[in-house]
Design a protein around this ligand. Structure first.
Ligand SMILES: *Cc1c(COP(=O)(O)O)cnc(C)c1O
Length: 411
């Protein structure tokens, strides 16, 4: 018996050390297995920013702890959603709040809410059978963007406008919502005028501000400005779970959004489940984020950028600038430029070398490209370092690797 136990145990091969480690801890305090290592998944240093493809952010320890505690108990999902929503609404100074499966899912649920509010029978008609429903969404042409599909998922269609006069004329008896992309770099119609005209026609207004904290006060600024619905991504600046987000706004619309969400089966939101761990994680992240000191936080990012720049000061011809985009990703970014006839390596090639190095580092995707993140001025001659998602101490690793790769290319 004894020997067969041992054989089985040793037969587990690579898992054995982890099991041994777990066996030494107290019940309920399992050390856990590092499944990234077990699966051979590369851990990266995130010098990019809150990008979905790089898993956006790392939750602060306090949020991670809240998630782990939530995992220990079943609860009633509807009660959890309701109480989380009430807590968030009061904390964020709006009528209603819903934890969604990210901002993209909030766009879908918010649109579904506008299409079905006061008409529960309509929910089953989305997205294919909406002929009997209002389904026109007015948007400025310059606000069309990569998240359109989240709205189209409801069977809605866009009516594009450019001038204020076109906007006035665009309303019909099928207009269901007016959509605004908060970080759009162009568009003739301001937020205030967008809201005013929509409300003259009794049409609700949605503002997608997914990537637009900090400033922290944006979490209530847009609902207080009069937007009926506003979304923020949970995994971006707030550093909550990547698959969570906030839908904030008018109470009746938030209630309608909740009805279009799981646990209800015949709804457009049935596949957008947020587990109890992530609902709690979102609430804990909001608590963490609104408790931050804005100036200290921004000054900390600025110091990181300056520290990296200082460690690169002997790279020939290198010049730097620290830039804060106006709306989305409104935090200091480090921009590096150098003479490529002296340092013979393009920013794209530098990014590739850091990506494939050890430890693996991802620079901001605007590196070496003209079209980057909203508000960042970049081109084929710029390296862009996003510093805000670096963990303590990682800035010196990033600086050391940049220094290595750039000085090696001098010649
Ligand atoms: C990131 C982003 C989204 C999507 O957010 P998720 O939380 O990843 O779903 C939507 N809109 C804008 C403008 C964004 O930047």
């Amino acid at each position: 018996m004894k020997s067969s136990t041992r054989r089985t145990f040793f037969g587990m091969g690579a898992a054995a050390p982890a099991l041994l480690a777990a066996a030494k801890t107290q019940p309920g305090q399992e050390a856990g297995i590092d499944y990234y290592d077990k699966l051979g998944v590369t851990k990266i240093i995130n010098a990019a920013g809150t990008y979905t493809m790089f898993t956006a952010s790392v939750m602060p320890p306090r949020v991670q702890a809240a998630v782990a505690l939530a995992a220990k108990h079943p609860v009633r999902l509807a009660e959890l959603q309701k109480k989380a929503g009430e807590y968030l609404a009061s904390k964020l100074k709006c009528e209603g709040a819903l934890v969604s499966a990210g901002a993209a899912s909030a766009l879908t649920l918010g649109t579904a809410a506008c299409m079905t509010v006061g008409n529960r029978a309509a929910m089953e008609l989305l997205p294919n059978d909406v002929q009997s429903l209002k389904n026109e969404v007015i948007i400025q042409k310059a606000h069309r963007y990569g998240y359109d599909h989240a709205i189209k998922n409801c069977g809605a269609r866009f009516i594009e406008v450019e001038t204020p006069a076109e906007y006035e004329r665009a309303f019909t008896d099928r207009t269901v919502m007016c959509h605004f992309f908060n970080a759009a770099e162009q568009g003739q119609i301001s937020r205030e005028n967008w809201i005013r005209v929509a409300h003259q026609h009794q049409v609700p207004c949605f503002n997608d501000a997914a990537a637009d904290v900090p400033p922290i006060s944006n979490l209530w600024a847009y609902t207080q400005m009069g937007f009926d619905l506003v979304t923020f991504s949970g995994g971006k600046g707030m550093r909550g779970p990547q698959n969570a987000g906030l839908l904030l706004g008018r109470k009746d619309l938030i209630e309608a959004a909740a009805l279009n969400n799981n646990p209800y089966d015949e709804t457009v939101g049935r596949g957008m489940k947020v587990a109890k761990e992530q609902i709690i994680g979102m609430v804990a992240a909001v608590d963490w984020f609104v408790g931050q000191n804005e100036e200290e936080m921004q000054a900390g990012f600025q110091r990181r950028a300056e520290r990296i720049a200082a460690m690169l000061k002997d790279v020939p011809t290198l010049k730097y600038e620290i830039v804060t985009p106006p709306a989305a990703n409104h935090v200091p970014h480090l921009i590096l430029r150098y003479d490529q006839s002296k340092v013979r390596k393009s920013p794209l090639a530098v990014a590739e070398e850091l990506r494939n190095g050890s430890p693996a580092i991802e620079l901001n995707p605007a590196t070496g490209r003209t079209s980057g993140s909203a508000g960042l001025v970049s081109d084929e001659n710029t390296i862009v370092v996003g510093v805000w998602m670096l963990e303590p101490g990682e800035e010196s690793i990033v600086a050391r690797r940049l220094h290595e790769v750039l000085t090696k290319a001098v010649g």
